[in-house]
Design a protein around this ligand. Sequence first.
Ligand SMILES: *Cc1c(COP(=O)(O)O)cnc(C)c1O
Length: 370
Amino acid sequence: MTAPRLEIDLKKLHHNTQTLVRRLSAVGISVTGMSKATLGSPKIAVTLLSAGATAIGDSRVENIERLRNAGISAKAVLTRSPMLSQVARVSAIADVSLNTELDIIDGLSIASRKASRTHGVILMVELGDLREGIMPADLKDVVRRTLCFPNIALEGIGTNLACLSGVMPNADKMAELSSLADGIEAAFGLHLNVVSGGNSANVAWALGGGRRGRVNNLRLGEALLLGRDTLNRRPLVGLHTDSFTLVAEVIESGNKPTESRERAPQGAFQETPSTEGRGGVSRAILALGLQDVDIRGLAPPAGIEILGASGDHLVVARAASPLRIGEEVAFQLTYEALVGAMTSPFVAEVYRDADADRAIDPVAPLSSAA
Ligand SMILES: *Cc1c(COP(=O)(O)O)cnc(C)c1O
C-alpha cells in the first residue's frame, strides 16, 4: 500500500465524538465538530455529524467549500474571522461565522444582501487569551451596530481561550461570558441562540460538575480527533488517542558505527543525532521527513527510537532485530504533527471502514489536498 500514509480509523473517531457529544449534551452543551486539522475532509465531517455534532466548524473557507462540493449540507461555521476579500465566498457557503470587526460584518451584510441570504454572526469576546475578540467593554456597542446590518442575524457570542497566552477556561471566565450574554439580552430585548464557550481546552471545565451558566456550545477539534485534554495532553477518559496513525516505509537498514567519522556541525534541521556508546544498534531509514510531518510530534512504537530527521529521511534505531527493507512502521501523532501530515501532498489518507477493519477508498497523494 502507498506510503507514507495516514490511516484514519473512522470507527474510533465516531466513538470519541459520540462519547463527548453524549456527556456534553447531558449538561446542555452542543458540539461543533472542527474539521480544520483534516483540511475539511468530507469523510471526517460525515463521521462527526453522524456521531451527533450539530455543525461543522472550520477556520478556512476553502475547507468549507470542499465539504459543500462533497454534498455536505450541514450547518457550517467559519471559526476564523472572514477576510474582507472573501466575504462573498463566506456568505455563499457558510451559515455562520465568528466575527470581531464591524467592517467585516458590513462586508458580509452587503454580500449576503446581493445573494439574498442571511448570514449568522457570533461575536467573539476577548477574555484574557489576547487572540481574537472584542473587548468586553465594547461589546454592547458592537451588538447595537451588528443588529442594524441587513441580512445579518446575531446568533450569539463566544470566546476562545488557551490558544495563544495559555489562559485557562475556568469557572470565572465562563461566568463572565454568561453574564455578558445576559447583559446583551436584557439591554436589547433579544435571545442569543449560541453562547460558545471555547475549544477542547474547555472539556474539563464543562464536565467538571460546576455551573455551566449560559454556555451551550463548544467547538471541538483535538478532543474528538485525538481524544486528548489539551490543557495537559492527557487522554480523556474512555476515548481513543490513536484514531490517526502515520505509516512510513523502510528504505535502508543495517548496522552503522555509533559515531560519525567526521563531526558534522549539525543535522539538516536539528541537533546531530548520536548513538555514541551504545554499540551494535541497528539503524534504519524511513521514507519520511520534515517535508511530510513535524517529526517532534511523532511517537514511535515500543522498541524503536527516532534518532533524527532531515527533509526526506527519518533515521530510527531498533535495539532488537533489524527492520527489513519495505517493512512499515506506524507512529502516533500529536495534533500539530497531524495537521502537518494532513497538509503534506506526499502523505496519502487511508480511511478505515466503520464496520469492517478494512481500508476504503484510499485517497492518492497529490490529489488529497483538493
Ligand atoms: C481551532 C479552533 C477551535 C478548536 O480547537 P481544538 O483545540 O482543536 O478543540 C475552536 N475554536 C476556534 C476559534 C479555533 O480556532
